[in-house]
Design a protein around this ligand. Sequence first.
Ligand code: NDP
Length: 496
Amino acid sequence: MTAVTLQEWVRRANSLVPRSDAFIGGAFTPAQSGERFPTSTPRDGTHLADLAACGEADVDRAVRSAHLAFEAGTWSQADPAHRKAVLLRFAELVLSNLEELALLESLDVGKPISDTLSVDVPGAARTLSWYAEAIDKTYDQIAPAPRSAVAMITREPLGVVGAVVPWNYPLLISSWKLAPALASGNSVVLKPAEDSSLSALLLAELGSQAGLPDGVLNVVPGSGPVAGAALGRHHLVAKLAFTGSPAVGRRFLAYAAESNAKQVSLELGGKSPQVVLGDAPNLDAVASSVAWGIYYNAGQTCNAGSLLVTEPGVRDELLHKVVSLTNGFVVGDPLNPATQMGPLASYPQRERVTGYLDLVGSEGGRLLTTRQAHVGPGAYVAPTLVDGVPAASRLAQEEVFGPVLVHLPAKNLDDAIKLANGTRYGLAASVWTRDVSVAHHTARRLRAGTVWVNTFDASDVITPFGGFGESGSGRDKSLHALDAYTALKTTWINLT
Ligand code: NDP
């Protein structure tokens, strides 16, 4: 918890003047059309800024600026030690602007200030510094060619990377794309979500202060169907890195197909099961992990543990504990350091989530928790546990992206795995058991990019993150993410 009080955060919020122009070629600039769009806070609907509404011409300018910078080689051909030094400075600047970035993020998307201070901003800084530290320790290869030749396999940056990111972790997910892309020598054009562009604009300014050459990092606020599509279709973009919904992810594959067959990596969310087997140890710890696994960030997390699958042996006691924790969650003002769960990121997202809650009765379910009225004028939804809906129901199959946990009872282990694997997604899963052999076998059978055993959401930049099935393709984080931003080049040298 921070020493800054609610009153002080509110005072700072009232005097905040966010950056509102696009960042292109190393400078802030309005959209060529002069158009702007308003952005407000889900905390109470207050207006925050009027942002440059970038259109096709602005995206084209940003991509050309990024391409020019790439061709100039001041970044793409710079020594790894130089890129490391600049990115380490970038990470330091993120940390030295911790409170402003955290406040921008909390206002923009309603995250509790204690989370943005302790997770989002430090997480973005750590991602930048981790790839900075990695890039001067990454070796290329010599192939076992005949003695009459030397065959080198080197990693080359791709060129201009178009990154399109969502509103649930604006700064953190941006850093997962920017850090490996920049460390590898690429230039980047970042399109943040309309609902969450504020931290990205400050981030671009900090990158420039750290020493990124002009044009290497550009930010183009604007709508998905206009700015996002223009980036997706641009012929000078070599790679698209996207996180968001499956429907828009598929659009990015189409953009690539319709333009220059650029590379695409997609992270498209999930319906992640938390499987609690009958021998699970310490149900207090399990219940706490299950509750935080879904309610953290108001359930707006790609890998939110939104399905609870239980075996009979633990079911009643566990549900009782989860209900009691759910009803005790501190929901409130994101600027209050004591808040555990803020509002949803926007009012339309609240409508989407309450639309799912309206389905509970018609899908044969019931609420185990109290469906409270909204807390104040913000975009709030109370944390909610739903029981009794069939596994094939929309509530059990679709990504609600809100604080809604759906319980599915399993007859036995095989049934639990069938329920856990029974959606079109495959991003993450957990299993709770005290039997190490069952843990290993179950982890192998769960179809997910990450499987946690006796924990949930333990993660760091050191391990890859991404999914199977409709959760997407490609991986963010870890050294493996460098594969997504580089191409292998073979240089065969004749020695005779
Ligand atoms: P979207 O997939 O629509 O948005 C993600 C990003 O894509 C945003 O920057 C958005 O821009 C952009 N975008 C939207 N449409 C297009 C398009 N036609 N062409 C190019 N870019 C586009 O997510 P939503 O905000 O609509 O959320 C809907 C649902 O998606 C959520 O309820 C959740 O289920 C899922 N989702 C999953 C996320 C994850 O982490 N995997 C993150 C966010 C959402 P803009 O918003 O500015 O229009």
